[in-house]
Design a protein around this ligand. Sequence first.
Ligand code: R5P
Length: 320
Amino acid sequence: MHTNTRPLLVFSGQSNQALAQEICDQLGIPLGKSETQRFTNDNLVVRFKESLREADVFIVQSFSTPVSDSIMELLLMIDAAKSASAARVTAVVPYFSYARSDKKDEPRISIAGRLVADLIQAAGADRLLTMTLHSPQVHGFFKIPVDHLSAEVVLAKHFEQTVDGVHDGVVLAPDAGDIKRASALSRRLDSGLAFIDKRRTSDTTVNARALIGDVQGKKVYIVDDEISTAGSLVEAVNLARENGAAEVYVAVTHGVYTGPATDRIRDLDVVEVCSTNTVVVPESKVEASGGKLKTLTVAPLFAKAIRHIHTGESVSTLFE
Ligand code: R5P
């Protein structure tokens, strides 16, 4: 066990204070005091209400709606922490939404994932702690150290605890890009593996072409990095059903649930749709989904990672 004599302080932006509070409860420390206000000209101002001098500071902020405000608030908090003489500042971004923008796949667009990485570093962050980046290579946009957590342990444990005969089921990746993640989960569950050949036709529509693998008569566990409009999910569930799946369970890391997502999920033939609390899922969305949305907590994982970073211990042991 290493030690760090600097105070460990955890603060939160406004996007997910419940998760930040839960992380602090796990760490056995109070959530740091700060406030964010909006001037009449729409500018944000953030202020820490306690000393950060020579402290090891962690700032929790998911990039959830309103995304641009969430990012700006985090940048201001990092900058203010550095100005207040924090010894080290770690940006804790449980949901890094711009990880979906990782390449120039159309003419005259920005690689926004890289731009946001540049902004976090320019603000003065010394490290980033994040979870399940849509494109893991976004990690490489940072020159500062990045600890990239996976919710796999939490999702696997959930399936093991709730599904009878979990090993006889099949983990289904809703597109080829998710195979690596799905394969890791299927190894952990000692279950089968299948994937869908999916093409995205627009931001809100996808076209699932074929299911590769055998799901006939099986329990199917669809896993994904996130659900936004649930377009990918609808296609995946329908294909699983057409291919004879007995029951379908869904578990993703980030439950963003935008636009038609909750209506689509309500009408979907699935047992449940779980996401972790990297993004706040309001009760109104749970109701709109007909009670199908469930939330799993990743606070213990983040708390352990923060503790290990603070004391200089390995973070990779958390994946075992
Ligand atoms: C796509 O490649 C991702 O893994 C998710 O499947 C996608 O981001 C979910 O978006 P939507 O719910 O809008 O289909």
